[in-house]
Design a protein around this ligand. Structure first.
Ligand code: FES
Ligand code: FES
Length: 178
């Protein structure tokens, strides 16, 4: 017996600060909705099975793999994708640090790396500059299969201090964080 395709229902999301209401079938992933219904192709479809992190977005401020997230479970939630990082022409401090350090690599891994890095920088509560090991742990779900991670770690360490300074976190006034 062939089951009929599930009927799309309306889904309401807040995507990069904008309310979006769109049809969505029960079996669609958040990644499919972002890329194929909303044309937000910055979020990448890499492995499509939870291994690579290329599809990482923030859902209510927490990093999540969009390829493993059913879109219907995101009803009413706040979704932040790589398209929402810059404020007009002004890059997010993490994006700017990626540029300064040459950390932006291919288009597949970079969006997910950025989203995990932004979450790390914005939730960092330390009073000194983060260690590379700490950043590597935060980015451990984001894989690059072709190059090193050193420039990414340098960029995130620098950007974390900048983000902390912007919100007035103690100990964040000086680069080096001491
Ligand atoms: S595309 Fe989602 S983890 Fe690879
Ligand atoms: S996978 Fe993007 S640079 Fe290696």
């Amino acid at each position: 017996m062939t089951l009929p395709d599930p009927a799309p229902a309306l889904l309401r999301l807040l995507v990069n600060g904008e309310t979006r209401v769109l049809p969505c079938a029960p079996n669609e992933t958040l990644l499919e909705v972002l890329r194929y219904r909303l044309a937000l192709t910055g979020t990448k479809q890499g492995c499509d099975k939870g291994d690579c992190g290329a599809c990482t977005v923030l859902i209510d401020g927490q990093p999540a793999l969009a390829c493993l997230t059913l879109a219907t479970l995101c009803e009413g939630k706040n979704i932040w994708t790589v398209e929402g990082l810059a404020d007009g022409p002004e890059l997010h401090p993490v994006q700017a640090a990626f540029v300064r350090h040459g950390a932006a690599q291919c288009g597949f891994c970079t969006p997910g790396m950025l989203m995990s890095s932004v979450h790390f920088a914005e939730s960092y509560t330390g009073s000194e500059a983060p260690e590379h090991g700490e950043i590597a742990h935060a980015l451990s779900g984001n894989l690059c299969r072709c190059t090193g991670y050193t420039k990414i770690l340098d960029a995130v360490a620098e950007a974390t201090l900048e983000v902390a300074a912007r919100r007035g976190a103690p100990g964040a006034g000086e680069e080096g964080g001491s």
